[in-house]
Design a binder for this molecule. Structure first.
Ligand code: GUN
Length: 293
C-alpha cells in the first residue's frame, strides 16, 4: 500500500503522430492532384548501429506510407568523410529530393558538424543546420528539430496553458535539450536546462511544471522528485537487458505524481518521425516559394 494514487493522464504520442502522418498524407495527395511534385526524403545511414537501423527503417517505412518518395543510402562504417560529403552535394543538387536526413551518431572518422553544415538549409529536415538553429534562436523558425517540435505538439494536445510555466529540461544535446529550450522559451515558458554537472537535479526537477527528459539513462528521473501535477515528456528510448524498451523517467512512480505523461514506447518516438515528414512537406514548400521569387 502507498499513500499515492495514479493520477497522470497519458499523452498518446502514437495516436497524435498517426494524426500528423494522416495530415501529411492528405497534403501529399492534394499536391499530387494539383500537379505538384511528390515531396522526396533521402535518409542516409552510415555503419550498422542496431538502434540507428531501427530508427532509419521506421523513418523510411513511414515516409512511403504518406505517398512521398523515399531515397535510401546505406554506407559502410568505414566510409570516408569525403564520400558522405559528395553524396550530400549530389542530394542537394537533386530536385526530386526535398529533405536530407543523415542519421546520427556518425562513425568517429566523420565530422558530424561538417556533414550537417554541408546540407542545404532548405533541405535540412532535421533542423540541425546552424542557419535553421539560428533562426529558431531569433524566434524566426524555419525547419525545426523534429523531437522538440514534436514535443511541442504533444504539449499543445494536453490543452494546458504553457505561458509562464517553469520547464526543466534534463539534457543539453543539440538534438533534444538545446532546441527544446528554444521551443519552450518561444512558447513563453521559463526554462532551466540541466546536465551531468548540474548541482542537485532532484531539487530543480521538484520546481518544474514541465519536465523534459532526454539524457539516455534508463528510468533515471524518479517519480518522487516531481512536483505533484507536473507534465512529463520522456524523450529517452533505452533497451533493457530483457529486450524491453524504457524511457529516462521511471514511469511507474512518475505516473503517480504527474498530471500528464508520455509513455515509452508510444510517446515522443512516433511523434519525432511524424514531425520529420511534416518537415519534409514544409521543405518542399519552402523550395518552391524560393524558386518563384
Ligand atoms: N539520432 C537520434 N535522433 C536523431 C534525429 O532526430 N535525427 C538524426 N539525424 N539522427 C538522430
Amino acid at each position: 500500500m502507498t499513500d499515492q494514487t495514479t493520477t497522470a493522464r497519458l499523452i498518446d504520442g502514437k495516436a497524435i503522430a498517426a494524426q500528423v502522418v494522416e495530415e501529411v498524407r492528405e497534403a501529399v495527395a492534394q499536391r499530387n492532384a494539383q500537379g505538384l511534385p511528390l515531396p522526396g526524403l533521402a535518409v542516409v545511414c552510415v555503419g550498422d548501429d542496431p538502434a540507428s537501423a531501427v530508427y532509419v527503417r521506421n523513418k523510411r517505412r513511414t515516409t512511403e506510407s504518406t505517398g512521398m518518395k523515399s531515397f535510401s543510402y546505406d554506407l559502410p562504417a568505414d566510409c570516408p568523410e569525403k564520400t558522405l560529403l559528395a553524396l550530400i552535394d549530389e542530394l542537394n543538387a537533386n530536385a526530386e529530393v526535398h529533405g536530407i536526413l543523415v542519421q546520427l551518431p556518425l562513425p568517429a572518422q566523420i565530422n558530424a558538424e561538417r556533414v550537417i553544415e554541408r546540407i542545404d538549409p532548405k533541405k535540412d529536415v532535421d533542423g540541425f543546420h546552424p542557419y535553421n538553429i539560428g533562426r529558431l534562436v531569433l524566434k524566426m523558425p524555419t525547419l525545426r528539430p523534429c523531437t522538440p517540435y514534436g514535443c511541442m505538439r504533444l504539449l499543445r494536445e494536453t490543452g494546458e496553458d504553457l505561458v509562464g510555466k517553469h520547464a526543466v529540461i534534463v539534457g543539453q544535446s543539440n538534438i533534444v535539450g538545446r532546441p527544446m529550450a528554444l521551443e519552450l522559451l518561444m512558447a513563453r515558458c521559463t526554462i532551466t536546462v540541466c546536465h551531468s554537472k548540474t548541482y542537485d537535479l532532484p531539487k530543480l526537477i521538484g520546481q518544474a511544471d514541465i519536465v523534459v527528459a532526454g539524457i539516455g539513462k534508463p528510468r533515471f528521473v524518479e517519480g518522487g522528485w516531481l512536483k505533484s501535477g507536473a507534465i512529463v515528456l520522456d524523450v529517452g528510448i533505452n533497451r533493457l537487458a530483457d529486450g524491453k524498451l524504457c524511457g529516462d523517467v521511471d514511469f511507474e512512480t512518475a505516473s503517480r505524481r504527474a498530471s500528464w505523461i508520455t509513455p515509452v514506447p508510444g510517446g515522443v518516438g512516433p511523434m519525432t518521425i511524424a514531425t520529420l515528414l511534416a518537415n519534409t512537406l514544409e521543405a518542399a514548400r519552402w523550395q518552391e516559394t524560393t524558386h518563384q521569387e
